[in-house]
Design a protein around this ligand. Structure first.
Ligand SMILES: C[S@@+](CC[C@H](N)C(=O)[O-])C[C@H]1O[C@@H](n2cnc3c(N)ncnc32)[C@H](O)[C@@H]1O
Ligand code: SF4
Length: 382
């Protein structure tokens, strides 16, 4: 049976970080719209009940509450969402139940309440240990608060804690990133996600880059920083299991593995995406519209598509090649296999063992190019 997870999107933030284009709203942006955390919770519960009616019995293996800033709405609302999922679907024994949190809206009591509500994993956005980098990213917390929050989560009984980093921000130095890696390791977490800063269209950062106030992040710098971070984490016993994710053995995020291995998930909340049995759909983005549709007993879906065989093939190659477990070479046909042989010859894939294509470290830096080569060589498959 395909693994099944539930993603829950919390669309609220205290302020908007200059680089972020996620579907999230500040209080002033929602002013007058009627949207509120309680309205969101009621609507999310309705959507969970609707999902359970639609899918029938399907125990949930993983829950991931993301955002936005889930910690902003408090542990009791987050707990209520988990309770609704438990009562409507049921959770498998040892289900993984994660929430993202921002360091500045957490406390020891918050983490203790999350534990009591059944959460098993916390993911905190740290981004950097350098104050000037956090300032450029327009983060609201100090570097110290992120590390402290990770320690508080562990002290509250969370065995699984992730810290997110962003690297290659303009103005960041190699030493800044070394200090960020050391701070993450000091915090005693078992998982790290790290992304090169992307300048997303329509963000405040993109406008600053366009005006020449901030230089554009440099690809070569990003590649060197990735290697620096990978070395540091590797030396501390962390292995990469996806190009942007490292963990101690056994601490991989099961929910995200579900996305990458073609699993099924229902996305609850404004703008959330779902994927069940080869059909993909997405919800309306605005929290007020989302809540009003559900209050009327209507579906919050804003569109759907059935994936064609070509699309499924593309997704499989794209996502699985980024995993350390690699891509089954049997999925590729002759032209795709020939492209994989060429990539291996160029040192982008490891020598094939167990019939799998696995990226080398240089290949991880050029993962998009390898994926494109494999796909353009073998465009049609089931
Ligand atoms: C959208 S946030 C949601 C969780 C939480 N609000 C936070 O800020 O940590 C999840 C993660 O996405 C990453 N992210 C968001 N926008 C990004 C961008 N433009 N470039 C690189 N990473 C980004 C950050 O590492 C962030 O921690
Ligand atoms: S706190 Fe997280 S979700 Fe909110 S704006 Fe910042 S990066 Fe985006």
């Amino acid at each position: 049976m395909t693994p099944f997870g539930v993603y829950v999107h919390v669309p609220f933030c205290a302020s908007r970080c200059g680089y972020c284009d996620f579907n999230t709203y500040t209080a002033s942006e929602l002013d007058g719209s009627g949207a509120s955390p309680d309205g969101w919770l009621e609507a999310a519960r309705r959507e969970i009940a609707m999902a359970a009616r639609r899918l029938g019995p399907r125990p949930v293996e993983t829950v991931f509450v993301g955002g936005g800033t889930p910690s902003l709405i408090g542990a009791s609302r987050l707990g209520a969402v988990v309770e609704e999922i438990r009562s409507e679907f049921g959770l498998v024994p040892h289900a993984e139940v994660t929430t993202e949190s921002n360091p500045e809206s957490t406390s020891p009591e918050f983490f203790a309440d999350l534990r009591s509500a059944g959460f098993t994993r916390v993911s905190l956005g740290m981004q950097s240990a350098a104050p000037h980098v956090l300032a450029l990213l327009e983060r609201r917390h100090t570097p110290g608060r992120a590390v402290e929050a990770a320690r508080e989560a562990r002290a509250a009984g969370f065995e699984h804690v992730n810290l997110d980093l962003i690297y290659a921000t303009p103005g960041e130095t190699d030493d800044d990133l070394r200090r960020s890696a050391d701070a993450v390791l000091d915090a005693g977490v078992d998982h790290v996600s790290a992304y090169a800063l992307i300048v997303e269209d329509g963000t405040a950062l993109a406008r600053r880059v366009r005006r020449g106030e901030v230089p554009r992040p440099d690809d070569d710098v990003a590649a060197a920083r990735y290697e620096l971070l990978d070395d540091r984490l590797h030396a501390a016993g962390f292995g990469w299991y996806e190009v942007s994710n490292w963990s101690l053995p056994g601490a991989e995020c099961r929910h995200n593995m579900g996305y990458w291995r073609d699993g099924d998930w229902w996305g609850v909340g404004p703008g959330a995406h779902s994927h069940v049995d080869g059909v993909r759909w997405w919800n309306v983005k605005h929290p007020a519209r989302y809540a009003s549709l559900l209050a009327d007993g209507a579906s919050p879906s804003d569109g759907s598509e059935e994936l064609t065989d070509d699309e499924r093939y593309t997704e499989r190659v794209m996502l699985r090649l980024r995993l350390a477990e690699g891509l089954d070479l049997g999925l590729l046909d002759a032209p795709g296999r020939a492209a994989a042989d060429r990539a291996r010859g160029e040192g982008l894939l490891r020598p094939f063992t167990g019939g799998r294509a696995v990226l080398t470290r240089r290949g991880r830096l050029l993962a998009d190019r390898v994926v494109t080569d494999l796909l353009t060589a073998a465009p049609v498959r089931s």
